[in-house]
Design a protein around this ligand. Structure first.
Ligand code: FES
Length: 141
């Protein structure tokens, strides 16, 4: 094989591997609906319009260490859970429709915040919510 042909084949292989890595990383990437906001008067306000295309939003208040999982229920109410593991305070990760998981020691919680696998034993903290006009108010106290 001459030098020119070797370089052409090597470059083709690099492009193919690189394209495969990009496609692979994109297919494993799930985009979670996330709303960044802040806390005012111990409340977090979220637009109802965010739920036109799904029943879940991850809320990231910038002055709160933990995220909040906000789910629209079938009856039109909203469930807001603090995504803080009740075992040792690790940030929880949404696990699709099954609930939330803790990557530190493996606890899992369902979408209502109940423990489905330990070592955690207590449910997640649930916040009171109300809808006023076109806003969902999450009361943090
Ligand atoms: S901190 Fe979550 S299981 Fe231990």
């Amino acid at each position: 094989m001459d030098r020119r042909k070797f370089i052409q084949q090597s470059c083709s292989l690099c492009v193919a591997v690189g394209a495969g890595m990009v496609v692979g990383s994109l297919s494993s990437c799930s985009v979670l609906p996330t709303y960044k906001t802040s806390i005012a008067n111990n409340k977090v306000t979220v637009p109802v319009a965010l739920f036109t295309q799904g029943n879940f939003q991850l809320i990231q208040p910038k002055n709160l260490y933990y995220n909040i999982g906000l789910k629209k229920e079938a009856d039109g109410t909203y469930t807001a859970l603090l995504l803080k593991c009740t075992h040792a305070d690790n940030q929880l990760t949404p696990a699709g429709n099954s609930g939330y998981k803790c990557t530190l020691h493996g606890s899992t919680f369902n979408m209502d915040g109940k423990v489905t696998a330990g070592p955690a034993e207590r449910p997640l903290k649930k916040y009171t919510t109300e809808v006023i006009s076109d806003q969902i108010i999450i009361h943090l106290s």
